[in-house]
Design a protein around this ligand. Structure first.
Ligand code: 13P
Length: 252
């Protein structure tokens, strides 16, 4: 049985006082981490304060991106060493907004996934198709390609520890959720791709989240699907009450 992972991706939202208040309101109210992993993916400037605040609780803190190098002349970048040193435990990699707006490529995503494992960070690797690709029947081949490239060169155990987030771009922030059948169909395909290209065990173990307009009202149905092991949530993760409802759904 794969443990579910509910991750709230705040994107570029909140100021420090709001971020710390959120953690104050949720850290002792999320379900036990034996039932579900509850994660907040916060902007870099808040990470230190949030990790300290959440210390010893079942709420975990993630970064939304990182560079793959450990240090050096990379102005404006943040390294895996820095994240690890702060006590961050997860990192979102290859989000479609980074791919579309900040020139993230499959190659850099793969380098970042390796860097995450080299520094004991759990990667949440995002994949997903555009509306145009879906309409052209390219969803499966596109997502398959992204998954294969992201996981290239990883060991079996590393793949087992990876979290893949399937986020159809047309469903992000639009209020248009993929139906649970549509979402599961792609998640099943991703699992089969991992089984075929890595190993059956890795395919069984890898956790696959769905993301795209997930909210308390639709999360149960999505999580009831055979191959959906959690959710990566934007808008509905910004309020503590809503995030707690999502985390509770993951613990059912
Ligand atoms: P929304 O939940 O706001 O659609 O965002 C999804 C997302 O991009 C999470 O990473």
């Amino acid at each position: 049985m794969r443990k579910k992972v509910i991750a709230g991706n705040w994107k570029m939202n909140k100021v420090l006082s709001e971020a710390t208040q959120f953690v104050e309101d949720t850290k002792n109210n999320v379900p036990s981490s034996e039932q579900v992993e509850s994660v907040v993916c916060a902007p870099y400037p808040f990470l230190h304060a949030l990790v300290e605040k959440a210390q010893g609780t079942d709420l975990k803190v993630a970064a939304q991106n990182m560079h793959f190098e450990e240090n050096g002349a990379f102005t404006g970048e943040v390294s895996p060493v820095m994240l690890k040193d702060l006590g961050v435990t997860y990192v979102v990699l290859g989000h479609s907004e980074r791919r579309e707006l900040f020139a993230e490529t499959d190659e850099t995503v793969n380098k970042k996934v390796h860097a995450a494992f080299n520094h004991d960070l759990t990667p949440i690797v995002c994949v997903g198709e555009t509306l145009e690709q879906r309409e052209n029947n390219e969803t499966m081949s596109h997502v398959e390609d992204q998954v294969k490239k992201a996981l290239e060169g990883l060991s079996d155990d590393q793949v087992k520890a990876t979290i893949i987030a399937y986020e159809p771009i047309w469903a992000i922030g639009t209020g248009k959720t993929a139906t649970s059948e549509q979402a599961n169909e792609v998640c099943t395909h991703i699992r089969n791709v991992v089984k075929e290209t890595v190993s059956t065990d890795a395919g069984e173990a890898v956790r696959i989240q769905y993301g795209g307009s997930v909210k308390p009202a639709n999360v149960d149905e999505l999580l009831a699907q055979s191959d959906i092991d959690g959710a990566l949530v934007g808008g509905a993760s910004l309020e503590a009450d809503s995030f707690l409802k999502l985390a509770e759904a993951g613990a059912k």
